[in-house]
Design a protein around this ligand. Structure first.
Ligand code: ADP
Ligand code: MG
Length: 675
């Protein structure tokens, strides 16, 4: 039923509601309030404070007086009282106020208190008669020219159209087992809750349902998303690969490789696997082994990295490992000359190349493969699911290997990567020592510099991470170049200092990174361009300036640049922040090196928006749930397990409404995941 059927909703309102994504009465019912004004806690007038938002319960003591002010606007005033004092109310430009409020009647008024020379006043409060009894008021997202009250009235009418008995998306059995209220009750109470408890129970039910739908949807994708593959991989070359390595693989690495190889060789559905391992756990070797087996079986492999620096580093690692094996490796990134790119693309298309490492350049239209067998994405959290799908689209249903450090908390990972099988590298190479991490303020910087000098004297290397230049938003933080210049002329005048930042050209960056990797530069001043993947095992110190500007997961990634070799490594966080919350956050870094723990803390502290950048996870838009809500995520996971256990199959008749919701959610924004 279109919203135009509701009274008070004419063509103009229809258009405004459409802008909010609401076309039907059903959508209006699912248009949940963005917030609530809680009128359940009433404050006495004598206790009001300037700047606070309050609900007072007071009687209108005067008539409403109207006065014309500049620009033909109306200013309405009235005074209200309770048993502790009086308060002035002020309304702007609302001609109807004098008709809406009656002298001698008791109301709830909700609004912000401001002060002027006459004392306190409440400006344009919302209000309702105490006798109406409504105490928690919904606040809706609105758009220009559409008053919240209008939305509220429309929702009220829409809810009246709900039949007394509605079919519930969740079977009774599921609701009873997990103590969730019925759908009808939830829909009514999410808009107009009689009290806090009713609201909480409605929210719980709807949030859980939404996450459940997401969860089950991702499981569906895993089962049926990819069809079968014709790629033939019949022989396992991972033992042979190990002989090429300068080190022995850890058991965890071997296990992950074995998982992958068994996926490659099983026939039927292609590999669809996530290898998750903390920074420094050795994911590159796992990827290289898988690519090697693929290439030895006669198909092509592609590794996509999120940055130019990382792609080049991988290219070097792979080339060195595969030297003398006869396999042909190439690099394809945006920074190459057009003629070089053209040549490499031609070789890829003709099958002359076995392996290609690259950046987004791999997924542009111009890139074609002869027979892409395995597609690898490194640092998957930097890519959207759609980009992953694009890489897969370069072959005939190729195998997929996704590599990720652990910036995603377990519960969330279960959902986001729900369409992937997971192998975890839960072991660091032997002889790794946890990075010692300390928090210091800028007055202690000199000690830090002395320490760097002594490490360099011992043949080690160091990074100093200065605040972002490329973002350019942070005021009064030194730019990388100035910062480096200061160090080069000052405390480190006797040390060759390299500098990399995002504004440099790729080949310049590359040249500096190469000199740092070879040890020619013992000290590298860098921005966060070194955040992902950079691997120089001889580096033993990283100093992070203005540490408070970074999220915990980002700090963890940065810290992961050291502690990659045998030497004891150090991370110094420099911050002058005094806010206890900020220092507490930085203390988390000092207390643990466990990426999972840090990710959990980070999500709790910052919320998922910052955590992911701009919806990089590629998941459908949620309407009420929140990815940071670990408790609800866990509950939805449990219910999903229960449902699969009890009903076995989503096609079960009792689940048909739930199934419809899954299809709806994934149609409305997540379809790219189906490729
Ligand atoms: P990440 O998991 O962060 O991508 P890398 O693959 O870059 O980690 O590996 C980190 C460092 O550890 C590299 O210098 C790599 O050569 C080294 N490494 C990887 N596996 C082992 C191992 N089994 N034993 C010793 N060193 C290893
Ligand atoms: Mg890596």
């Amino acid at each position: 039923m279109p919203v135009s059927k509701l009274s008070g909703i004419g063509p103009k309102r229809v258009e405004q509601l459409e802008r909010l994504g609401v076309r039907s009465v059903g959508e209006l019912i699912r248009f949940y309030p963005r917030a609530y004004e809680d009128w359940t806690t009433v404050e006495k007038i004598e206790n009001l404070q300037n700047g606070g938002a309050y609900c007072v319960r007071a009687v209108l003591g005067t008539d409403v007086s109207n006065a014309m002010i500049g620009g033909g606007r109306i200013l309405s005033k009235a005074t209200v009282y309770d048993d502790t004092g009086t308060l002035r109310l002020v309304f702007f430009n609302n001609r109807y106020i004098s008709q809406m409020l009656a002298r001698g009647v008791e109301y709830f008024f909700f609004g912000k208190i401001t002060a002027d020379s006459f004392g306190f006043q409440m400006v344009s409060p919302s209000f309702s008669k105490v006798s109406d009894g409504v105490v928690i008021h919904p606040v809706y997202r609105t758009t220009a020219g559409l008053p919240g009250k209008t939305v509220q009235n429309a929702v009220r009418q829409a809810l009246r159209l709900l039949p007394n008995e509605i079919n519930d998306t969740l079977p009774d059995r599921v609701r009873q087992t997990f103590g969730l209220c019925g759908l009808r009750e939830a829909l009514v109470n999410i808009h107009f809750p009689p009290d806090r408890d009713a609201l909480d129970s409605a929210r719980r039910r709807l949030i859980t349902e939404e996450l459940l739908v997401l969860n089950l949807g991702m499981r569906e994708l895993k089962g049926h998303g990819r069809g079968t593959t014709g790629i033939k991989i019949t022989k396992d070359y991972s033992d042979r690969f190990e002989t090429l390595l300068p080190f022995t693989l850890t058991n965890a690495q071997r296990r992950c490789i074995a998982d992958c190889v068994s996926d490659l060789m099983r026939g039927g559905a292609p590999m669809n696997r996530l290898v998750q391992g903390d920074v420094g756990s050795g994911k590159t070797a796992v990827a290289a082994s898988v690519c090697y087996t693929a290439a030895k079986n006669g198909c092509q492999a592609a590794v996509m990295a999120p940055t130019e620096i990382l792609a080049r580093q991988h290219y070097k690692t792979f080339s060195k490992l595969l030297e003398g094996t006869g396999l042909r490796v190439a690099l394809l990134t945006g920074a190459l000359k057009e003629s070089e790119k053209k040549q490499i693309r031609a070789q890829l298309a003709s099958g002359e190349l076995d392996l290609v490492i690259g950046t987004h350049a791999l997924i542009t239209e111009k890139t074609e493969f002869c027979n892409l067998g395995v597609a690898v994405t490194d640092e998957q959290h930097r890519f959207g699911v759609a980009q992953r799908a694009k890489l897969l689209g370069k072959g005939e249903n190729p195998h997929l290997l996704v590599m990720s450090a652990t910036p995603i908390p377990r519960t969330l990972g279960l959902i986001i990567f729900g369409d992937l099988d997971i192998s975890i590298i839960d072991e660091l190479p032997p002889s790794r020592k946890p990075v010692k991490t300390v928090l210091m303020n800028s007055s202690q910087r000199d000690r830090v510099y002395n320490f760097i000098h002594s490490e360099i004297k011992n043949g080690r290397q160091a990074y100093i991470v200065c605040p972002l230049v490329e973002e350019g938003e942070l005021d009064n933080v030194a730019s990388a170049e100035e910062y480096a210049a200061e160090l080069m002329l000052g405390r480190f005048s006797d040390v060759p200092v390299g500098i990399v930042h995002g504004r440099m050209k790729s080949d310049e960056k590359e040249a500096v990174m190469a000199k740092f990797a070879s040890g020619e530069y013992p000290l590298l001043v860098a921005t966060t361009v070194i955040e992902v993947g950079v691997d120089v095992p001889n580096a033993s110190v990283i100093v992070i300036e203005n540490a408070e500007h970074f999220g915990l997961s980002q700090l963890h990634q940065l810290r992961g640049r050291v502690g990659r070799g045998d030497a004891q490594s150090y991370c110094v966080l420099i911050s002058d922040a005094t806010n206890p919350q900020t220092t507490a956050r930085l203390e988390v870094m000092c207390s643990t090196c466990d990426g999972f723990k840090i990710a959990d803390e980070d999500l709790k502290l910052r919320g998922p928006g910052d955590f992911f950048g701009e919806r990089q996870h590629g998941l459908p838009q949620l309407s009420i749930a929140d990815f940071a809500d670990t408790k609800s995520l866990e509950l939805s996971q449990k219910i999903a397990d229960y449902i699969m256990f009890v009903y076995k199959d989503l096609r079960n008749e009792e689940l048909h409404l739930l199934k419809a919701e899954i299809d709806r959610l994934f149609d409305s924004g997540g379809h790219n995941m189906l490729n």
